[in-house]
Design a protein around this ligand. Structure first.
Ligand code: PRP
Length: 214
C-alpha cells in the first residue's frame, strides 16, 4: 500500500486538526513531541504520513499531489486559487475576512473614493473591490501586523482576518465591511481522489461523523 500523505498548515490550527485526526484513529505519536525539528511524521501501521508546512504552501503541495490531503484555512484556499477539491469544513479556526479601518474611513467606502488598501490577501481584496463592489482602489501587499497600515498612514483601510476583534479594538480600528466567513477546510488532490478513493472517502466520512457528533 502506498503512503497517504496529509499536509497540515503550521500554527494555530495544526494542533486542533491533529486532535481531530487522532479521534478518527489516525494518530502519530512522534508528532506530539513539541521540541522536535522533524518535518515529516510517519505512522507505519496505517501507511499514513503527516507534515507541517507554511499555510500558503499547503494548497501547492496538494495541487501537485505531494500531499493527498491538506488542512488549511479558507482564506489561504481563496488566496492561492489552486486546483483542488474542498471536501469538508472542519469548523475550527472560525473567523471573518473583513475590510477594517478607522471609523473615519467609512466615507471612502461609501462614496467609492480612491483609496489605498493594505493586505496580506491581495487576491481576495481585489476580487472583493473589483468584482463585488466595482470600486477602483490601490492595493498594498503586506506580510503581517496589517493593522499598523492605517495607523501610520500607509493606507486608508485594510483587508484582514478578524477573530476576536481584540487587535482592532486595541488599535482604535473597526470592522467596516464583512467579506466572508472563514474556517479550516479539508482539501484533496484531484487525482488522489480517484486513485485512493476508498481510503480518502473513509477519512472524509469518519471526520464528518466526528464533527456531527461534537
Ligand atoms: C491575525 C490577523 C489579525 C489578528 C486577528 O494575525 O491578521 O491581526 O490575527 O485576531 P483577533 O481579531 O482575535 O485580534 P496573526 O496573529 O495571525 O499575525 P499577523 O499579524 O502576522 O498576520
Amino acid at each position: 500500500m502506498r503512503y497517504l500523505t496529509i499536509a497540515l498548515a503550521k500554527g494555530r490550527m495544526a494542533k486542533k486538526s491533529m486532535e481531530l485526526f487522532e479521534q478518527i484513529g489516525l494518530s502519530c505519536e512522534e508528532m506530539k513531541d513539541e521540541k522536535t525539528r522533524k518535518l515529516i511524521f510517519v505512522n507505519e501501521d496505517l501507511k499514513i504520513r503527516f507534515f507541517l508546512a507554511k499555510a500558503n504552501d499547503v494548497p501547492t503541495y496538494v495541487e501537485y499531489g505531494a500531499a493527498d490531503i491538506g488542512i488549511v484555512g479558507k482564506d489561504t484556499i481563496l488566496e492561492e486559487g489552486r486546483n483542488l477539491y474542498e471536501v469538508l469544513d472542519l469548523g475550527i479556526g472560525k473567523c471573518r475576512m473583513c475590510v477594517c479601518g478607522p471609523e473615519s474611513a467609512r466615507v471612502f467606502l461609501k462614496n467609492h473614493e480612491m483609496m489605498r488598501v493594505a493586505t496580506k490577501y491581495p487576491h481576495i481584496a481585489k476580487d472583493y473591490f473589483y468584482n463585488i463592489k466595482h470600486q477602483t482602489v490601490e492595493f498594498i501587499k503586506l506580510n503581517g501586523s496589517i493593522e499598523l497600515a492605517p495607523i501610520v498612514g500607509l493606507s486608508e483601510v485594510i483587508v484582514d482576518i478578524v477573530e476576536t476583534g481584540s487587535t482592532l479594538r486595541e488599535n482604535g480600528l473597526v470592522v467596516l465591511e464583512e467579506i466572508c466567513n472563514l474556517s479550516a477546510r479539508m482539501v484533496v488532490n484531484q487525482v488522489s481522489m480517484k486513485m485512493e478513493n476508498e481510503r480518502i472517502t473513509k477519512i472524509i466520512s469518519d471526520m464528518r461523523a466526528l464533527l456531527q457528533s461534537r
